[in-house]
Design a protein around this ligand. Structure first.
Ligand SMILES: [Fe+2]
Length: 392
């Protein structure tokens, strides 16, 4: 059995590491970087010091700040055009998952001349691209270390998953100080996304020992610190721990794959614009309950790592503690159901078959320990509507 493990060439992890950007670009041979930055982050001035340092170093810097939430085909094409017309030789993605995914997709388009719609799974995009440096300002998506990005197909209303080494950053700067001003809802939603990455890596049919170690580390760090960063946003030790946890979760999921939660979550995001981490969290207790019997040891290990089951507790009982733990955590962190979020009921129920079709087409439900039929997915969407459970 051979495991193919992919990571960025260089990771700078720690408070203040952003100050190392210019020498890092030098090591990557980048002279004309294009900064792809989230507009809110740009307005708040979080990138100002880095921009000043790059200009002072005489680099041919370009700035693209027209990043949109849930990046679209049209927005990444616009970013790629600017990279090409400015003869840029490297890209920096600065912000949350949307900014980093825009930078990834734009770097691929600018480097290869490919059509973005031709890149989606099941194709694996192992192409040579210009160096990309990812600088996350949230602790959650893990996009800074993954070989994946998600771009919405505007016409088809579908989130396209792009997978391959072309989407893997050459380097990442993981500086928790950039997350200190992150608001409650974004902190919680991205943290729950990271938790979902770690869980799905751990119970995945493509699991391996490397990813398992990182997933367990992530679950320990997230379990011990997520509620602290939610309630005490300026707690530096907790922010640092959750940032490391999110990066470990990203490495774990990138070297396995996502599973049923992400598979069901993407259509909810595509049709109803529910933030990604939030739609994952809406599904966490239900999909875990559905899958429990197919991987009792994995789910029990997750419950122990999160601190919700003692080491002496048997696997079956620990699995049930995990489902209860997710329900309680969602309540404490104010995660709404689709109904409470304000999703239109008639549209949601009408689109169940199409959402199930898109979920299966993404391929990720097949990585789940229990693989659902299409009618079971439709049923899961029905139960998830108002936060129900299979067991009533
Ligand atoms: Fe995710």
């Amino acid at each position: 059995m051979i495991n193919r493990i992919l990571t960025p060439r260089e990771l700078l992890i720690g408070g203040g590491s952003l100050a190392q950007l210019v020498p890092l670009l030098g090591r990557l041979g980048v002279r004309r970087p294009m900064l792809v930055v989230d507009p809110t982050i740009f307005r708040l001035g979080l990138a100002d010091t880095a921009i000043g340092a790059m200009r002072e170093a005489g680099l041919g810097l370009g700035v693209f700040s027209a990043v949109v939430e849930d990046p679209t085909d049209t927005s990444v094409i616009a970013a790629a055009d600017e990279i090409r017309s400015g003869s840029h030789d490297g890209v920096i993605g600065f912000g949350g998952g949307s900014a980093i995914d825009t930078a990834k997709a734009a770097a691929i388009l600018a480097s290869t001349g490919e059509d973005v719609h031709a890149l989606k799974v099941p194709r694996i995009v192992d192409l040579q691209v210009m160096p990309l440096v990812a600088i996350p300002t949230t602790a959650g998506t893990g996009s800074e270390v993954t070989r994946a990005c998600v771009v919405s197909d505007t016409a088809a209303q579908e989130k396209m998953l792009i997978l391959g080494t072309a989407a893997l950053p050459a380097a990442a700067i993981v500086d928790y100080e950039l997350t200190l001003s992150c608001p409650f809802r974004v902190t919680v939603d991205t943290g729950l996304d990271a938790l979902t990455h770690a869980l799905e890596a751990l119970i995945n049919r493509n699991g391996n020992a490397h990813a398992e170690a990182l997933a367990l580390s992530a679950l320990r760090l997230i379990g011990a610190n997520l509620e602290t960063v939610a309630r005490e946003p300026s707690n530096r030790a907790a922010r640092e721990a959750i940032m490391l946890g999110a990066t470990h979760a990203g490495l774990a999921v990138s070297n396995t794959s996502t599973a049923l939660i992400h598979g069901l979550s993407r259509p909810i995001g595509a049709f109803f614009h529910v933030p990604h981490g939030l739609s994952n969290a809406m599904l966490l207790p239900l999909v875990t309950e559905y899958s429990l019997s197919a991987a009792p040891a994995g789910y029990a290990a997750a419950a122990r790592a999160l601190g919700w089951a003692p080491a002496t507790m048997g696997d079956e009982e620990a699995g049930h503690a995990l489902v209860r733990g997710f329900r309680d955590l969602n309540a404490r962190l104010e995660v709404p159901t689709p109904k409470a979020y304000g999703v239109d009921e008639e549209t949601y129920f009408r689109l169940r078959p199409e959402m199930a079709r898109q979920a299966l087409a993404s391929g990720t439900p097949r990585n789940n320990p229990r693989i659902p039929f299409e009618d079971e997915i439709v049923r899961l969407y029905e139960i998830a509507w108002d936060g129900g459970a299979i067991g009533g």
